[in-house]
Design a protein around this ligand. Structure first.
Ligand code: HEM
Ligand code: FPP
Length: 318
């Protein structure tokens, strides 16, 4: 009886340890990073992605992002302790020690680099590694605590998975790869500043110079508006002049973009309304997810067959 209780307690604490390490990786953000990787891979492979390469790239990307987030959790443990939203993370709550978290992060980075080098290529592996280094050194260490442009420049780290995907398929980077990178890069300010408007007080409390804290809501929504317009315009360049995506993607990008612009316009005229900010933040996530799924669907050979069939029918009728 006593032995059963002891072994149950061991089992429970083992699960708690696993959960803590899992939380260190900020797992809820990773799926969207992978979707941007997938969008890029499908366009690069013209709709026919090798399933093994897809699996390996997703795994390598996940490990790299998890490593980056873990190091960010170690570095930011002081401010995370002071903010309500982040107080219960594994580092500030003392569930994981700094040394153990660091070993975990290094192991994830080494695994990611090895997996991508062996099963994809050195360019994809190096890009993923540079993503970790950029996010940790440029965003977390340098910009986050010192500049209102922290997430604009730091946002480049979040756009690197799109480059990793393209590089994994082709071994090089083309204009289209850089354009998908630019789309994620330009999307990041509306995504994050909409959230920052909602949790401004938290960041103000710990002295993080997020734009709404330093320059106020009105200046922030103006910036969100400009970035939204440029993001939507950038999504269309994939159709013309780059010709990497077709009419299905164009229709999806225009429809999604129209809603993005409308929500951003509403926020521009209601800078202090948290509900409007929250709506834009939530929509920004659906927007990026559906846009990248649009890239995938548009690139599929089946889609091309269907479009050609429709065009032929129209020719027959006319
Ligand atoms: C420097 C750039 C970025 C910053 C500072 C940022 C910041 C944040 C923050 C603070 C949250 C709230 C998380 C929480 O409540 O714990 C969040 C949520 C989220 N972010 Fe970002 N983000 C950035 C870029 C990205 C990128 C590039 C992606 C993916 C392409 C992304 C995807 C998401 C998703 C999916 C969520 C919702 C997670 C949930 O369900 O709670 N973010 N972001
Ligand atoms: C290829 C590769 C490794 C890319 C890494 C990309 C990466 C980890 C992007 C994440 C961006 C992000 C969600 C930042 C959160 O900001 P924060 O940490 O300031 O948020 P917080 O206020 O919740 O701590």
């Amino acid at each position: 009886m006593i032995e059963t209780n002891v072994s149950r307690r061991h089992h429970e604490s083992f699960i708690q340890v696993i959960q803590s390490y899992y939380q260190l990786t900020k797992p809820r953000i990773i799926p969207l990073l992978l979707i941007t990787t997938a969008g890029s891979m499908w366009i690069a492979a013209q709709g026919q992605v090798d399933p093994v390469l897809l699996l390996v790239t997703m795994a390598g990307g996940t490990l790299a992002a998890a490593s980056a987030q873990t190091i960010n959790c170690i570095y930011d443990r002081d401010i995370d302790y002071d903010m309500e939203r982040t107080r219960h993370r594994p580092m500030p709550s003392g569930k994981v020690q700094v040394r153990d978290a660091l070993i975990f992060a290094i192991a994830l980075a080494v695994l990611s680099f090895t997996l991508l080098t062996v099963f994809a290529n050195l360019l994809a592996a190096s890009l993923a590694l540079s993503g970790i280094i950029f996010y940790v050194l440029i965003y977390t260490h340098w910009l986050k605590r010192h500049s209102t442009q922290n997430i604009v420049i730091g946002g480049a780290a979040g756009a690197i998975p799109a480059l990793v995907g393209w590089a994994a398929v082709t071994g090089t980077l083309s204009w289209s790869a850089w354009l998908i990178f630019a789309i994620v890069f330009l999307w990041t300010p509306p995504h994050f500043w909409a959230l920052a408007l909602m949790i401004r007080d938290d960041y103000a409390k710990v002295g993080i110079p997020m734009l709404p804290v330093v320059e106020g809501n009105a200046a922030t929504v103006k910036q969100i508006w400009y970035y939204t317009l440029i993001t939507v315009a950038a999504t269309l360049l994939l159709v013309y002049p780059l010709h990497s995506s077709g009419i299905v993607y164009a229709a999806i990008a225009i429809s999604l973009g129209a809603v993005f612009i409308r929500k951003s316009w509403r926020l521009l005229h209601n800078p202090d309304d948290r509900t409007t900010a929250r709506e834009l933040f939530l929509y920004s996530i659906s927007y990026m997810m559906l846009l990248c799924l649009g890239m995938v669907v548009d690139s599929l050979p089946l889609t091309h067959h269907l479009i050609n069939a429709v065009i032929n029918q129209l020719h027959l009728i006319s």
